[in-house]
Design a protein around this ligand. Structure first.
Ligand SMILES: [Zn+2]
Length: 110
């Protein structure tokens, strides 16, 4: 499962930043275009944190919606996947503004 290794990576980053203290809450930013399914991360989190500084920590997932910018007509709009054309002019020259995030935003330690 893809999310299992991602969640393990997240747990490692949190442990490195916790400085040996117990982590009580983790806030994670997950972009809609990152290909990561929040429910699956939540599911893996309990298994990955067992026996670590994060055991029992609350996981908060903030979903970042996908946004694109059109290089042809300069419009900015919400997108659901990488291959969406511009809704205003139909151009495929769309660059991703947000939605690719996958990062630890906040850590709460004891
Ligand atoms: Zn456009």
């Amino acid at each position: 499962m893809h999310e299992m290794s991602i969640t393990q990576g997240i747990v490692e980053i949190c442990q490195q930043n916790a400085g040996g203290r117990k982590v009580t809450e983790v806030t994670l930013e997950v972009g809609a275009l990152s290909g990561v399914i929040p429910d699956a991360v939540e599911f893996c989190f309990a298994a990955c944190t067992s026996g670590t500084l994060l055991e029992g920590a609350r996981l908060v997932i903030e979903e970042i919606p996908g946004r694109g910018h059109c290089g042809s007509c300069n419009a900015t709009f919400g997108i659901r996947n990488y291959y969406d054309p511009c809704p205003s002019c139909g151009s495929f020259g769309v660059s991703i503004v947000s939605g690719e995030e996958l990062r630890v935003k906040e850590l709460e330690v004891e």
